[in-house]
Design a protein around this ligand. Structure first.
Ligand code: G6P
Length: 611
């Protein structure tokens, strides 16, 4: 939510900042702005995408080797030029970009108004920049101390880059809640919300921690805590290359990421599933394995697509490891006074590792003394740093706002976890364990087989692209898949879509079915097969249109459904990974046919760093 980027060094800042913004645009895209510091501070802002900002600055003074830029996802105040960042203080001393929310901005604003401040925007950020100036002028303080004082007064979350007109060769970067990474170049520093704008310049980075303030000049970085202690910066090397964050010939990042799934799934289990299939090694869980084996309850916490992976985690862990599992939304768990026992294990799942509600829930669980572990994609992000142990999914950077490969790799990790805990607890037989791990190894090729039939899904998409409501049904492991399929369609095509357990259809959704309504049914050959076939008959009896995701060679399906997409045969526990892929492609093609912006759907953001 909101992308921020800063530069200080020897080069022209403008191209570095604009390219950085393009890499971060997935974090928010309702307006963008830039400040270039070169004797004076020139600020340019524009409603809309980064490309609009580029047009807006044409012919203007964009010189300067110090600067900052921002791409916004609106929280306080509508998308507009005035609400876009950077914001400047009334006296012109401070300029600032912000990712996060200042929760107590209202009382602070009132106080500043009483002191003569007049606000040009509706944002919480303008309150912060004026608060810094207020302290600076009132106390005759250094900019650094004024910033610290202001930060001690604000409640909420922030990732900030700040400049002050009296120290034009210095940038200040501070973090609480919202992520910030600083790249170390040769007499230059790069600041960004994540590593993607930095990677083309340097691989040496410092992840800023909560309540840290970096004071950055072109050849020097000083790290302090907001309460003024000197700190030693921890420099890390990024394991990422530029090709991973570019489209590589695909029309959209989402399509590229769907097609990357044979490799991302392979990267998830490679080196973890033993070559003799007799065990699974999840190194990151080694030190918490005793707690996992003894756990009376596992609570999974996640949001969005990761929550759907969590629901599958519940089905898998209860089935294989026989440990009771609850799946919670981070936003609910954090406020509802949940029961957390000391021997509970809390498992946070997150692609970005930065979701504010999931992080807040982790904090609560930790304070209650539970063992908190994570499943994350982004290496070095906040969740892996906040948890005692965990597993990386290794999906690689996911840029498309709608999550695809992150989901299937999360499910793969959860499957491996459930199997390995089950094996160690002897709640599954070694025979069943080995049969399933053997099936895991076939998954990448089976995904390739599905991807080869992309055109089939495009044809189905053509039939239904103008429809306004969809229903997705599944049972057992395929119920979370139905939820995820519906969410994908909703997110990128703006079609109203609902996922339901097929058995619940008659308790409500059936009322919606008529001859126009398409119903996507995941109807693979498993213990629910007969039952789901009956559900399909019920749909047909009401003249609904059935799109079935079925097991290869199932002739009965062709007689019942209007369209059948066949999946290769695998273990029931692994069907969700395969069944998700045609649903991703169906949503993708429908969205493209409707002319929607697939990678940056309206109102959404990839990394939700605010409540
Ligand atoms: C946003 C994204 C979703 C994602 C969710 C949780 O809503 O648009 O794609 O599933 O956040 O994000 P996380 O990074 O925690 O998995």
């Amino acid at each position: 939510m909101c992308g921020i980027v800063g530069y200080i060094g020897k080069k022209e800042a403008y191209p570095i900042l604009i390219n950085g913004l393009k890499r971060l645009e997935y974090r928010g895209y309702d307006s963008a702005g830039i400040a270039l510091i070169n004797g004076e501070t020139n600020i340019y802002k524009s409603i809309g995408r980064v490309s609009e900002l580029e047009k807006h600055v044409e012919g203007k003074n964009i010189k300067g080797s110090v600067g900052m830029a921002h791409t916004r996802w609106a929280t306080h105040g509508v998308p507009s030029d005035a609400n876009a960042h950077p914001h400047q203080s009334q006296g012109g001393y401070f300029t600032l970009i912000h990712n996060g929310i200042i929760e107590n901005y209202n009382p602070l604003k009132t106080k500043l108004q009483k002191n003569g401040y007049v606000f040009k925007s509706e944002t919480d950020t303008e309150v912060l920049v004026n608060l810094i100036e207020f302290f600076y002028l009132k106390g005759d303080l250094t900019p650094e101390i004024a910033i610290k004082l202001a930060l001690e007064k604000v409640i909420g979350a922030y990732g900030l880059v700040i400049s002050c007109s009296v120290t034009p060769q210095t940038l200040y970067a501070a973090r609480k809640g919202s992520p910030l990474v600083i790249g170390l170049g040769n007499e230059e520093y790069f600041i960004a919300s994540d590593a993607s704008p930095i990677i083309e310049h340097t691989k040496s980075v410092i992840y800023l921690e909560n309540n840290h303030l970096a004071i950055i000049e072109k050849n020097q970085l000083t790290l302090k805590s907001v309460d003024n202690y000197m700190l030693e910066p921890k420099v890390q090397e990024l394991d990422l290359d530029i090709g991973q964050i570019e489209k590589g010939g695909y029309e959209h990042f989402m399509l590229k990421e769907i097609f990357e799934q044979p490799d991302s799934i392979l990267d998830t289990f490679r080196g973890r599933v033993a070559s003799d299939f007799k065990s699974i090694k999840l190194g990151g869980l080694h030190k918490v394995m005793p707690q996992l084996l003894a756990a009376k309850k596992i609570t999974i916490i996640a949001c969005g697509t990761s929550w759907h992976a969590g629901l599958l985690g519940e089905y898998l862990i209860e089935e294989y490891a026989r440990i009771p599992v609850e799946v919670e939304y981070g936003s609910e768990f954090r406020y509802r006074n949940p029961i957390i026992e000391k021997d509970d294990v809390i498992l946070a799942i997150s692609q970005s590792g930065e979701t504010a509600d999931t992080l807040a829930a982790i904090d609560i669980a930790q304070r209650a003394g539970a063992t908190v572990i994570g499943i994350c994609n982004v290496v070095g992000s906040s969740i892996p740093r906040a948890t005692v142990a965990g597993v990386y999914t290794h999906a690689g950077p996911e840029i498309g706002v709608a999550s695809t490969k992150a989901f299937t790799t999360q499910v793969m990790v959860l499957t491996m976890m459930a199997l390995e805990i089950g094996r160690r607890k002897a709640t599954i037989s070694q025979e069943q364990f080995e049969a399933t791990t053997r099936a895991i190894v076939d998954i990448p090729n089976q995904i390739k087989e599905i991807l080869l039939k992309n055109e089939e899904l495009k044809e189905i998409a053509k039939v239904y692209a103008t429809i306004n409501d969809f229903l997705y049904l599944g049972r057992g492991y395929n119920f979370p898949v139905a939820l995820e399929g519906a969410l994908k369609l909703k997110e990128i095509s703006y079609i109203h879509a609902e996922g339901y357990p097929a058995g619940e259809m008659k308790h409500g959704p059936i009322a919606l079915i008529d001859e126009k309504m398409p119903i996507v049914v995941i109807a693979t050959k498993d213990q629910f097969y007969e039952k789901i076939l009956s559900n399909m008959q019920e749909v047909k009896a009401r003249k609904g249109k059935v799109i079935a995701i079925a097991t290869k060679g199932d002739l009965l399906m062709n007689q019942t459904a209007d369209h059948v997409f066949e999946l290769p045969e695998t273990s029931p526990a692994l069907v969700p990974i395969l069944a998700t892929i045609p649903l991703q492609l169906l949503a993708y093609h429908i969205a493209v046919l409707r002319g929607c912006d697939v990678d940056q759907p309206r109102n959404l953001a990839k990394s939700v760093t605010v409540e």
